[in-house]
Design a protein. Structure first.
Length: 320
């Protein structure tokens, strides 16, 4: 399978390509504070872009290419969406999820499911064939989504989320990513509360999506920082970012995320890299920061990884 490990922030900062040893996989903890897990969601969120539908065979073929990048986690579909997507997840879990990278790492295979028993059971039936299966279960937490899409109150959502995480656990899944859909437009206090509850229920990763790509970089960075500072039990889980590019600011958002994670952009990145708009005569000096501690953090389909890995994974979503 893959020919190289994932990259570390030190590598990005130095612009080197020397493989950084991948730490052992523990669902809710990354033993090396300088290591950042990469989740590729081309086959799930990428495929949800209008007009981007793939057959299960095409998804399997693409999954065979994606693993060559050495990504840690692959989000491969939405099994409840269709029989074919169920098949795609199952086939990828069986083949790719039982393979091994050259460094001995077995990639995590994941898929999404709404916070209800049917979706979770269906998703588990599809993904459980992988050696390292993960479920991403999500529910909307913003007022607009809860009122008009879910037609549920905050209290109901707060009751459902931990209950469904426990349900997923009861099926035998010990790697559960909980996503607060539309987190960017959600009430902060509510986020701290629901995240605290799903951690207690057994979630191993918290996923904080800017679902409609609405946030400016400083706002997204502040959201992550606030969640880190205020969520009970946050040190027992991994934080996952998930930026959409609807306003064309996913790269900029990622740069802010960069500040909190200590994961730095390669200097030659077009437009935003340290070398952009700088010439050799030496009059433009650009400072470069040393990474902070980045324990328990990973990034997901961020645009500068799309540059590193040549994955195009930008999607347009219908707005609620
Ligand atoms: C379901 C979640 C993870 C999502 O894709 C989003 O909110 O953008």
């Amino acid at each position: 399978m893959a020919t190289q490990n994932s990259i570390s922030c030190a590598q990005i900062q130095n612009g080197t390509t020397t493989p950084h040893p991948r730490p052992p996989y523990i669902p809710n903890h990354i033993p090396d504070p300088n290591y950042i897990r990469i989740l590729d969601t081309t086959l799930r969120d990428g495929e949800q872009a209008p007009g981007a539908a793939m057959t299960s065979e095409q998804k399997l073929e693409l999954a065979r290419q994606i693993v060559k990048l050495g990504v840690d986690i692959i989000d491969v579909g939405f099994p409840s969406a269709s029989k074919d997507d169920f098949m795609a997840v199952k086939m990828i879990a069986q083949e790719i999820g039982n393979g091994e990278y050259e460094d001995g790492y077995v990639p995590v295979i994941t898929c999404i499911c709404r916070c209800n028993e049917n979706d979770i059971t269906t998703a588990w039936e599809a993904v459980k064939y992988a050696k390292r299966p993960r479920l991403i279960t999500f529910i909307a937490t913003s007022p607009i989504h809860m009122e008009y899409k879910l037609k549920k109150t905050k209290e109901q959502v707060l009751e459902i989320a931990p209950k469904m995480v426990k349900f997923a656990r009861s099926l035998g899944c010990n790697d559960i990513q909980f996503a607060a859909e539309d987190a960017a437009r959600s009430d902060r206090e509510f986020l701290y509360q629901i995240f605290g509850e799903v951690i207690k229920a057994g979630a191993t990763t918290l996923d904080i999506p800017d679902t409609v790509g609405i946030m400016m970089p400083c706002e997204y960075g502040k959201l992550i920082a606030d969640i880190k500072a205020n969520t009970p039990g946050i040190h027992n889980v991994i934080i996952a970012t998930h930026c959409h590019n609807d306003l064309g600011v996913a790269t900029a958002d990622t740069l802010q995320v960069e500040e909190y994670s200590g994961l730095h952009l390669q200097p030659h990145k077009a437009l935003v890299g340290a070398n952009a708009f700088v010439h050799e005569s030496g009059i433009h000096q650009v400072s470069y920061c040393i990474p902070n501690n980045v324990q328990n953090f990973y990034v997901m389909n961020l645009t500068y990884y799309t540059t590193c890995f040549s994955i195009t994974n930008i999607k347009v979503k219908n707005k609620m």
